[in-house]
Write a protein that binds this ligand. Structure first.
Ligand code: 5GP
Length: 145
């Protein structure tokens, strides 16, 4: 999908927001949902999505939505650092298929990095659900108010 076009209510993250398919949740409020990526590029790869916006990408999004989301990204990134003690932390966000976007519902990736551990391939290799639940609990336990 290019940068142009409409929002598809059938996308996988829209289904997660509606509760039609499960996710391993870290935390949520009225505006955002934070959950574990099932094809993680590193241990603790977390996604932050809007629960209210129909933006497909950064260019579509309302400034207010972006403000709420980036605050949620920072809050989550701090908890990931506290829980997993990474050496680095990557925040990424893709716009359009040629840029690497595969789910067309605005989201940010939080990807912890460790020295000498290569980044996994994007969208490949499904995680073990029990591992993801344990990581989500570890991260959630380190959230600050
Ligand atoms: P994008 O490629 O659009 O930036 O990121 C989409 C992300 O969603 C990918 O990292 C992919 O691993 C993840 N993903 C795809 N399907 C699912 C799913 O059903 N559940 C979860 N939790 N993550 C998914």
């Amino acid at each position: 999908m290019s940068l142009d076009g409409g929002y598809d209510d059938g996308n996988i993250f829209a289904k997660i927001v509606r509760g039609e398919i499960p996710c391993v949740r870290v935390w949520e409020d009225e505006q955002v949902l934070v959950f574990m990526d099932v094809f993680p590029q590193s241990k603790g790869h977390t996604l932050v999505i809007s629960k209210t916006s129909k933006a497909r990408n950064l260019l579509d999004a309302e400034a207010k939505t972006l403000g709420r989301m980036i605050g949620a990204v920072q809050k989550t990134a701090r908890a990931v650092k506290a829980a997993l003690n990474p050496d680095g932390l990557m925040v990424s966000q893709f716009n359009g298929a040629p840029a690497g976007q595969t789910v067309f519902h605005l989201h940010f990736h939080i990807i912890p990095r460790w020295d000498n551990v290569p980044l996994g391939r994007h969208g490949e290799g499904m995680a073990d659900m029990e591992d993801l639940k344990a990581l989500a609990a570890q991260i959630a336990a380190r959230l600050e108010a």
